[in-house]
Design a protein around this ligand. Structure first.
Ligand code: C2E
Ligand code: MG
Ligand code: MG
Ligand code: MG
Length: 289
């Protein structure tokens, strides 16, 4: 916004840009306050076992209500990452989602095999103290470590792999499974799948949404499932929206799935009703024949 014009050194304030800047600063300071106040909600998107339609668990997804409307995580997660605040969001999400999930287990609403998947940013996997801190935090809220699944992205696997390898090993030693999110969109190579201890590949929504229109999406998905199987990994399809997509993914042998066909991410208070009313209705989709 401060621009030099030729030799006369005007400092030029563009009113439009100025306005944008102040809006952005306000957004960022509200975001900072939301972190300080833990003013985020954990929403839950159910993940089903595609073999039989039983509940596998939930993905915890952050929601931020600002001035009465919901801000997309894609609009504030990158800011939190840039400001070095993203790991604080992880702790907020862990606490909120796992404590809630434990109540559902205690009430017999979900099977004892149910797990909560939490998204972890790349930088946090480079912290040698992470798994120790996780153990302490989960112990404090009386949640067994095995209830947690960690979702990481391919971005986590490119930098400083030694530290990340150690973190993944320590997670496994603590009984915490690891899923590679948005698989197929990034840069990971076959060798990475062997170098890092992973349990699950999440097939990116972009492949699932193309299944009905593109044969290539089908062959890529088939290749990912084969690759996963040969590395003893399970697979999860993201973004299942239609019945044909579900049937296609089942026929390819994809282990788990999530998407609007089953449910969007719901606030915790809506989950008991979804389990009681919607989940049994979905079972019809999984009957043989
Ligand atoms: P993700 O981890 O890949 O999460 C899946 C995203 O796909 C979620 O978007 C979910 O609402 C959306 N989704 C699920 N099923 C469908 C479907 O059938 N159709 C469509 N169109 N979308 C579907 P959301 O909640 O907006 O989150 C976007 C991304 O933000 C996440 O992608 C994740 O990368 C990040 N994110 C969300 N919550 C957290 C968090 O607590 N911590 C961190 N670090 N990142 C998070
Ligand atoms: Mg995820
Ligand atoms: Mg994903
Ligand atoms: Mg995604």
């Amino acid at each position: 916004l401060a621009q030099e014009h030729g030799s006369n050194q005007y400092v030029h304030y563009d009113p439009a840009t100025q306005d944008q800047l102040s809006r952005r600063l306000r957004f960022e300071s509200e975001l900072l306050r939301a972190i300080e106040d833990s003013a985020f909600d954990a929403y839950f998107q159910p993940i089903l076992n595609l073999a039989d339609g039983s509940l596998h668990g939930f993905e915890a997804l952050v929601r931020w209500q600002r001035a009465g409307s919901m801000v997309s995580p894609d609009d504030f997660i990158p800011i939190l990452e840039r400001q070095g605040l993203i790991s604080q969001l992880t702790w907020i999400m862990l606490q909120k989602s796992l404590v809630r999930h434990e109540e559902w287990l205690a009430a017999g609403l979900v099977p004892s095999s149910s797990r909560v998947s939490v998204n972890f940013p790349p930088e946090q996997l480079q912290d040698p103290a992470l798994v120790g801190l996780l153990r302490i935090m989960l112990d404090n809220v009386r949640v067994p470590t095995c209830r947690l699944k960690v979702e990481i992205t391919e971005r986590s696997l490119v930098s400083d792999s030694g530290l990340v390898q150690q973190t993944l090993q320590a997670l496994h030693a603590a009984g915490i499974e690891v899923a590679l999110d948005d698989f197929g969109t990034g840069y990971s190579s076959l060798s990475m799948l062997h170098r890092f201890e992973l349990d699950n590949l999440k097939i990116d929504r972009s492949f699932v949404s193309e299944l009905e229109h593109s044969e290539q999406a089908g062959s890529i998905t088939r290749a990912i499932v084969g690759l996963a199987a040969s590395s003893s990994l399970s697979t999860t399809a993201e973004g299942i929206e239609t019945v044909p997509q579900l049937y296609h993914l089942r026929s390819l042998g994809v282990s788990y799935g999530q998407g609007y066909l089953f449910s969007k991410a719901l606030p915790a208070e809506d989950i008991p009703r979804w389990l009681r009313e919607d989940l049994p209705r979905l079972h019809g989709l999984f009957q043989p024949g």
